[in-house]
Design a protein around this ligand. Sequence first.
Ligand code: FDA
Length: 305
Amino acid sequence: MEQVMKNFFLFLSKNRSLTKMAKKYGLRFGAGRFVAGETIDQAVQVIKDLNQKGLAVTIDYLGEFVDNAAEANEMADNSIKAIHAIGREGLNSQLSLKMTSIGIDISDELVMNNMRRILEAAKEYNIFVTIDMEDYSRCQKTIEVFKELRKEFDNVGTVLQAYLFRVENDVEDLNAYHPNLRLVKGAYKESPEVAFPEKKDVDENYKKIIKQHLLNGNYTAIASHDEAIIEYTKQLVKEHNIPNNQFEFQMLYGIRPERQLELVKEGYTMRVYVPFGTDWYGYFMRRLAERPANVAFVLKGMVKK
Ligand code: FDA
């Protein structure tokens, strides 16, 4: 049943008409638990609150499926506005973004121009930018974009997904760039030809790449809500005397907020991924797919209104 629900929400997450409808009718149906608002001002307030509690942030101006260059440029402009707001307000926040939102499906030139504009603006305030990883069909291209930009900028990183068979090779291949990588389990529906279908295999592979990247001496963000993974990381760094400033934990806004604060109290860097913007639909559906229990939460919210 859980697998059926998961597939259902992942299917919905890719539906363009529903994305457009969601955009039009605003942030409702419980999505507010996972999304910090539709405007930068609302997001700034959320970041301030999180920072006050000792949590670092990475902000994401939500967007997927742009249809043309003008839309892609507008998305990049919105990320740049977010960067200026972070800089102006002196917030402890990085930026994350998806390459589809700034034109990776349209042209190489477009995505590279937009990324260069974003990274130049971020450099002014010493803000780090992470390129999110999307579905498998964009994985190779995203890695190539990252490699190209990494030659020009220090403030750029990307994400690798433990569910992919190729991930160990990617960790090794990228080592030459001394990258700051966010490691995740992976959120998209992938074919068993390219990704582990079983959760237990994904979890094992995840541990493997966390160890691999940390022991290569690189900065590692462990982005997971899974207690077993957090414990594994704590043991690993203790065993290998890896200092706390070589890694951080990351979680999504609205998920395990109490645990986020505990990790801060334990002395770890804890970064919260804070999405905002009108294009929240696909993101929200992937969160429901991860944990169908969230559907009950959302339904309760709807009934209460
Ligand atoms: P898993 O899904 O195995 O869950 C372990 C436990 O965590 C659950 O039993 C539950 O207790 C809790 N939990 C997990 N999800 C929950 C939820 N939605 N609600 C409530 N509790 C929940 N993916 C990707 O493909 N590309 C990317 O760029 C990113 N970026 C990214 C950034 C950050 C900061 C995070 C935290 C995650 C991502 N992801 C991602 C998503 C990632 O791939 C993965 O889908 C989710 O983190 C869920 O996997 P977990 O590691 O949390 O474990």
